[in-house]
Design a protein around this ligand. Structure first.
Ligand code: 5GP
Ligand code: ZN
Length: 144
C-alpha cells in the first residue's frame, strides 16, 4: 500500500526535509498548525506508537528532542507541543508513526478539551483497571 511518509523517507515524494540520518527523517508538515510545525518519522514503516520497536523509538525520541529545541529557538517560539495521534478517534490520518513538533506562542490559540471530574471512588477504579493490565503484561516491558 502507498504510504506518503514512506515515499518522503525514500525521496520518492518531495518534502522540506530538515534533518535525516539512516533511521529518521524530520520535515515540515504541509498543513501547519503554526509555521515551523514539524513531523519526525522513522524511515521504516510502523503504523503507530505501539508498533515501533524500542531501539527505533529511542533514536526517534532523541532526535525529536534535538529538533524540538531547534524549531523552538529558530521560530522564536515561547513553547512547543510534542504530540502523536494514534487511531482515528485521536485524529491520526497518516498511518506511518510520527511525532508532531508544534511551535507555540503565548497568544496563539487554546488547546483545551472539556475536562471531566472523577466521581467518588472512580479514580481508584480506573487506576485499578489500568494497573491490572500493567501487572499482566509487565514482563513484556521488562524484556522477559
Ligand atoms: P496525523 O493526523 O496522522 O497525526 O498527522 C498527519 C500530518 O501529516 C498532518 O498534520 C498533515 O498535514 C501531514 N501531511 C499529510 N500529507 C502530507 C504530505 O504529503 N507532506 C507533508 N509534508 N505533510 C503531510
Ligand atoms: Zn510508511
Amino acid at each position: 500500500m502507498e504510504c506518503i511518509f514512506c515515499n518522503i523517507a525514500t525521496g520518492k515524494s518531495e518534502a522540506e526535509i530538515l534533518f535525516e540520518d539512516e533511521n529518521v527523517a524530520a520535515f515540515l508538515d504541509i498543513q501547519p498548525v503554526n509555521y515551523g510545525h514539524t513531523l519526525v518519522v522513522p524511515k521504516k514503516h510502523y503504523d503507530n506508537f505501539l508498533t515501533v520497536p524500542k531501539d527505533e523509538l529511542e533514536k526517534l525520541i532523541n532526535i525529536t528532542q534535538f529538533i524540538a529545541g531547534a524549531v523552538k529557538r529558530s521560530m522564536n517560539a515561547d513553547g512547543f507541543n510534542v504530540i502523536s495521534n494514534n487511531g482515528d478517534s485521536a485524529g491520526q490520518t497518516v498511518y506511518h508513526f510520527h511525532f508532531h513538533i508544534i511551535p507555540r506562542f503565548t497568544t496563539d490559540f487554546d488547546f483545551k478539551p472539556n475536562f471531566k471530574t472523577y466521581g467518588t471512588g472512580a479514580m481508584r477504579e480506573y487506576a485499578d483497571q489500568i494497573r491490572t493490565f500493567i501487572s499482566k503484561y509487565r514482563n513484556i516491558y521488562d524484556g522477559g
